[in-house]
Structure formats: structure tokens, C-alpha cells
Design a protein around this ligand. Structure first.
Ligand code: MN
Ligand code: MN
Length: 291
């Protein structure tokens, strides 16, 4: 791997880790979710990187893609299982990590996904199949009598692309891609006491540019210009845009110009925990950039 690229990946990881742990400390009952989201996004910038996507702060049965709205006044509550999933990039070189903050009594749920991640990192190296990683994750989680979420996966990271191949499943698949030296991947086990599957719910605050093409409406043109200049193909939050009327954003999504990331929630209402790290695959192991 190019030394400059490696430096940027390591630095993005170092910054992200610091911002994420500082933000996690602020999560407590009565605290505004929006306050924590804005804190971590701003902290990433202060420390010298840029957010790779909006702070995802999914709570309880929500597993992914929740970010607060503009002026959102919702707060964390006693008992919440909070997944803080954040990303930072330097010149498009991305770090992606998640921690779970337990405001209740869910020690085993939280430990299951954390131990799964540790087990996966332990075996990650060039030449290992992602199906072996999935097996290690599944075993660690089922040891607790819990289930991995089968339709959320880890993934590769490419410049300015948050979800690249290979998909890294959280269970043992029959076949899998073999990891290669120099690949950058994120592994992210999710554990639940539910059935182990997520589905979309209607709330959606995160989008990315999918297929830019000319549009007639002036405000839509301005919005697309703002997105292209500031976020390229990376996901952004509606609250990040100067103006983002729902009617225009929804229309751009329906037309396939934007991709929507609706909140993903555990279908049976189970509680969900998640941990995630980003790593560079090497011959003898994995260099974790966010640890
Ligand atoms: Mn993530
Ligand atoms: Mn990820």
C-alpha cells in the first residue's frame, strides 16, 4: 500500500477514535441526541478530518441509519441501548467505527457484539475467507444465547465510498471472498435478542448522491450543487444542507438521483448492540486504524 494512503487511513482512524470516545462520554439520560451528533461531527473537523457520513445514533431496536433531524429535541432515556456509529475521512480515505453505550442493564448484549468483533479481528489477515470471519462472529454471539443480525454486514472501504465489496456477513456463509493484502475493511457485528433481521422504517434523514443528472427546478439544482461540492458520493444528513425541503429531497430520491438510507430497525423489536472497527489487511494480521 502507498505510504501516503496508509498515513491518511491511520490519521483518519486516530481522529475518529478520539472524537467517538469523547462523544460516547456525553451520552446520558436527558441529553439531546442532536447535541451529541453535532459534537462528534464538529470534533472530527476540529481534529483535522471530515465526517465520512452523518453520526448514526441508533437506539434500542433501531440498528442503523438513525440521525437526528434539524432542530430535533429528542433525548436519550434511562435504559437505552445506544449505538454511536461514526466515520471520518482524509481526502476520501475513510475510517468507520461504532461503539455501544448501555444506559440500562444490557451487559451481555453489549459484550456479545464486542467479543464478536475482537474474535473477527483476531483472525483477519490476507488469505482468510470472509466466511471464516462470519463464523467467528456468529459463534461469539450465539455463545450468549443471542443472534447476529443477518442482513447487516461489514464491508470494504474505497476512497469516497463507504460501502465497497466485499460484504462481510455476521454469520458463517458457505463461501466467501478471500481477504487480500492492502484491502481496507470495516467489520461490524450486531447482536440482538430478537429474530436477527432488520427492515426499513419510514424515518429517513440520510441520503447520498447516486446518479446525478440535470434537473429543472432551481432549488433542486442548488441542492445538488451543494451536495456535489461538499459530500461527493459520501452520505450526508438533511440537516447538513442549507435548505432541504422534504418534498424536493423525496422527489430526487424517487427519481434515483439520491439514494435514501431509511432507519433500519430489528423486525421483531429486539434490542440491538453493535461494535465496529476499520482495518488494513496485511500478510500477518490486520492493522486496526480505529483502535
Ligand atoms: Mn459504521
Ligand atoms: Mn460500516
Amino acid at each position: 500500500m502507498d505510504e501516503e494512503v496508509r498515513k491518511k487511513l491511520i490519521e483518519a482512524g486516530r481522529i475518529l477514535k478520539q472524537a467517538a470516545y469523547e462523544a460516547a462520554e456525553k451520552i446520558a439520560p436527558g441529553v439531546k441526541i442532536l447535541g451529541v451528533a453535532e459534537f462528534v461531527e464538529n470534533r472530527i473537523i476540529e481534529l483535522g478530518a471530515k465526517p465520512a457520513f452523518p453520526a448514526n445514533i441508533s437506539i434500542n431496536s433501531d440498528a442503523a441509519h438513525f440521525t437526528p433531524k434539524r432542530n430535533d429535541d429528542r433525548v436519550f432515556k434511562e435504559g437505552d441501548v445506544v449505538k454511536l456509529d461514526v466515520g471520518a475521512h482524509i481526502d476520501g480515505y475513510i475510517a468507520d467505527m461504532a461503539v455501544t453505550v448501555d444506559l440500562g442493564d444490557n451487559t451481555e448484549l453489549v459484550k456479545a457484539s464486542k467479543e464478536a468483533l475482537d474474535a473477527a479481528i483476531e483472525i483477519a489477515r490476507a488469505g482468510v475467507s470472509v466466511s471464516e470471519i462470519g463464523k467467528a462472529i456468529e459463534e461469539a454471539i450465539t455463545n450468549y444465547g443471542l443472534k447476529p443480525i443477518v442482513n447487516l454486514t461489514g464491508h470494504g472501504l474505497l476512497p469516497y465510498i463507504t460501502h465497497a465489496p466485499p460484504s462481510i456477513y455476521n454469520y458463517a456463509t458457505e463461501k466467501g471472498v478471500t481477504l487480500e493484502e492492502g484491502m481496507v475493511i470495516a467489520i461490524e457485528p450486531f447482536a440482538t435478542d430478537g429474530v436477527g433481521r432488520v427492515g426499513e422504517r419510514s424515518e429517513c434523514e440520510i441520503y447520498s448522491l447516486l446518479n446525478p443528472r440535470p434537473v429543472r427546478m432551481k432549488m433542486a439544482r442548488e441542492i445538488l450543487k451543494e451536495i456535489e461540492e461538499n459530500y461527493k458520493t459520501l452520505p450526508f444528513a438533511k440537516r447538513w444542507l442549507k435548505k432541504a425541503p422534504d418534498i424536493i429531497i423525496s422527489k430526487l430520491a424517487r427519481e434515483g438521483i439520491l439514494r435514501a438510507y431509511p432507519v433500519l430497525t430489528e423486525v421483531s423489536g429486539g434490542l440491538v448492540s453493535q461494535w465496529e472497527h476499520t482495518m488494513i489487511i496485511e500478510e500477518g494480521g490486520a492493522t486496526v486504524t480505529t483502535k
